[in-house]
Write a protein that binds this ligand. Sequence first.
Ligand code: 5GP
Length: 175
Amino acid sequence: AGLRKLLLSRIRDVPDYPQPGVVFKDITPLLADHAAFSALIDALAALCVRHEADKVVGLEARGFILAAPAAAKAGLGFVPVRKAGKLPGATLRQAYELEYGTAEIEVHADAFQPGDRVLVIDDVLATGGTAEASMALIERAGARVAGLAVLMELGFLSGRDRLAPALAGAPLDAL
Ligand code: 5GP
């Protein structure tokens, strides 16, 4: 409960960003506060251990900021899932629907060992489209999803319901 309060106190609501009517959850005050940021990284690292992950995936771009230190602290390697066209090696690509249009993400084809258990980390779970595509990509790359961990879940968008089939019983933790 103390962690939850601390984290919430460092997230700023920005109205009408990136478009009118949207209230954006800005995590930069949290990142700038050592007590809150280190408590968050500790909690994410503990989830890596609890869910017996072999690798940690971060989703571009804010997911990188959280997943990389959590992976290092848990004694695990980090794998970036990036927007299409950014990774230099052979990749797998996954398209997904946005509110307007589509987006594509990629992972290196050789990022995982067969059967690796992967914990996926991002900052915010909104509709769940990004996380859903990432989990499909991870499975296509021969690994298994050990869980999804986010700083914040926007419950009114029902991402958790959308992700239930893809999670197939794997835990979804929102700190
Ligand atoms: P979804 O695919 O679940 O609709 O959107 C989640 C993605 O969009 C995440 O990668 C997240 O970083 C970003 N996102 C959506 N809304 C917000 C928000 O209010 N604050 C932040 N920090 N990221 C958001």
